[in-house]
Design a binder for this molecule. Sequence first.
Ligand code: IYR
Length: 221
Amino acid sequence: MTTENFIPFEYDQVEQKESLERVKSFYSDINKRRSLRVFSDKPVDREVIEYEIKSAGTAPSGAHKQPWTFCAVSNPEIKAKIREAAEKEEYENYHGRMSEDWLEDLKVFGTDWNKPFLEIAPWLIIVFRKTYDLEDGIKSKNYYVQESVGLAAGMLLTAIHRAGLVSLTHTPSPMNFLSKVLNRPENEKPFLLIPVGYPADDAEVPDIQRKPLEDISVFYE
Ligand code: IYR
């Protein structure tokens, strides 16, 4: 292993008892995260969004290529364009493109082709994955792009929750209209559209449960 470019790792020791306290407290907070479809139009400062994106940008990535771009949109005209294009696609999805089974699975969420939150939420963060890097016309390879951008998106949702805001992981399908509206280069493909803001005063969420630990884990001791 060549380590000439290495620097000391900064680490604050945490005792086991405190680890448990910290992770229990983290779990009780993150367990309150819900995907919201009803937003308030209350504004959110740009700096909050910047730090959420900076947090997402700390995610690990294949060969540290950081193959992501986060587009943060508060401009009302651009939000209106995104809503119009998304609803056009979703109308087709709900009227023939999605299977009966799929529509049945979605009933509990009460979704349809209408997406008013795309204009009401103060910010839309559109996550792009860089299928390859493109700098000054020169292409170079990225690795494990889906995994890397998925991790960054998860950290973004966590940061949004930590800031006391709510979000939705939205995937209007197909999403290529986002490249056009946001004028993104050819090496970037839309990955997720995440409205961010405060919940509407009367917001409700579906009554669904998370799987218990026994159903999502296997321990080998
Ligand atoms: N993209 C559609 C449909 C949809 C699909 C899944 I999978 C969901 O978890 C929720 C919705 C929409 O946003 O309505």
